[in-house]
Design a protein around this ligand. Structure first.
Ligand code: PSU
Ligand code: MN
Length: 308
């Protein structure tokens, strides 16, 4: 999109605009993780700290959101507080974007929408916690996150701690294969399972350094292959949770969601809130630490990519 047209819809902070123009490293961040993924006020401390971590690695953070119908790359302190308080903040995936823009509404961006905004702003690397995917029972419900289609089409690399066991990880990876999305493991051959370091499913390739990961991104885009790359970065050992214990928690919470009739876009936020409750906050601490770890890795990858 040309600059004049983009300016009709989007506000990009001067710092981000300049960094992108000069080819400096920038890391996109989503806001659904803040508004619908973590409780207030822990989400606000998290949001500030994650930006610091990216800066410490020599990259510029770019938190995405839609505020009063304006697309935002980079938020002011006031805007960050508004997203974290989350009063009347919608969850905005690709299909919702024109509706919140036309209605001048405020919404948090999912992985899919953050990729769209990052691409509009010229940002190639994005750090998050976990991605959406094929839900368990998705072969019947057809509940497949728009995040997967976005990875197929939009040229942004997403650094995540894998996918939660609330999803069908096997089918999520099959879907990504069909859509031609490379799945890399940072220091691992095993696709991580968010709270746990291993899912039992393999990635397509293990990369051991941020430089190796950046080289795959560069090759993909130099070849003009459409779409993104998914990079799985396991939660640090000291914060990882027990696989069997987490499986049991998730089974219980899934049963609760089913009994309550929770469907569609409300499932993920419902699950996250109830998992925190069931684990007595331990899962929140893990969630925060794995997201910090992803921000650090994404910043390092963005730095390497900017040198290539
Ligand atoms: N997984 C998490 N935390 C999150 C999400 C997923 O562990 O906050 C959010 C992300 O923004 C992701 C979205 O893009 O949920 C997926 O929602 P859906 O399945 O409705 O597409
Ligand atoms: Mn869904």
């Amino acid at each position: 999109m040309n600059k004049e047209k983009l300016a009709q819809f989007m506000d990009i902070t001067e710092e981000i605009r300049q960094a992108v123009a000069e080819g400096k490293p920038v890391v996109a961040l989503e806001s659904t993780i803040l508004s619908h993924g973590m409780p207030y006020p822990q989400n606000l401390d998290f949001a500030r700290e994650v930006e610091k971590i990216i800066r410490a690695e020599g990259a510029v953070p770019a938190t995405m959101a839609v505020i009063d119908g304006r697309l935002k790359a980079g938020l002011t302190e006031e805007e960050l507080v508004r997203m974290c308080e989350a009063k009347g903040v919608l969850k905005v995936s690709r299909r919702d974007l024109p509706i919140v823009v036309a209605g001048k509404l405020t919404g948090a961006t999912t992985v899919a929408t953050t990729m769209i905004l990052a691409n509009l702003a010229g940002i190639r690397v994005f750090a998050t916690g976990g991605i959406g995917g094929v839900h368990r029972g998705g072969e019947n419900s057809m509940d497949i996150s728009a995040d997967l289609q976005e990875l197929a089409h939009t040229p942004v690399a997403v650094v995540c701690a894998g996918a939660k066991m609330i999803l069908d990880i096997g089918r999520t990876l099959e879907y990504l294969e069909t859509m031609g999305v490379p799945v890399l493991g940072l220091g691992t051959k095993d696709f991580p399972a968010f709270y746990c370091r291993k899912s039992g499913f393999s990635v397509d390739a293990r990369v051991d350094t941020p430089r190796e990961a950046a080289a795959v991104l560069k090759a993909k885009w130099d070849l003009e292959l459409v779409g993104g790359v998914l990079i799985g970065n396991p939660v640090p050992e000291e914060y990882a949770m027990d696989f069997d214990e987490m499986s049991a928690v998730i089974d219980r919470v899934l049963a609760k969601a089913e009994a309550a009739g929770v469907k569609g876009k409300d499932i993920t936020p419902f699950m996250l809130a109830h998992i925190v409750e069931e684990t007595g906050g331990e899962s929140l601490a893990t969630n925060i630490q794995l997201a910090f770890n992803n921000a650090r890795a994404a910043a390092k990858i963005a730095v390497e990519l900017s040198k290539m």
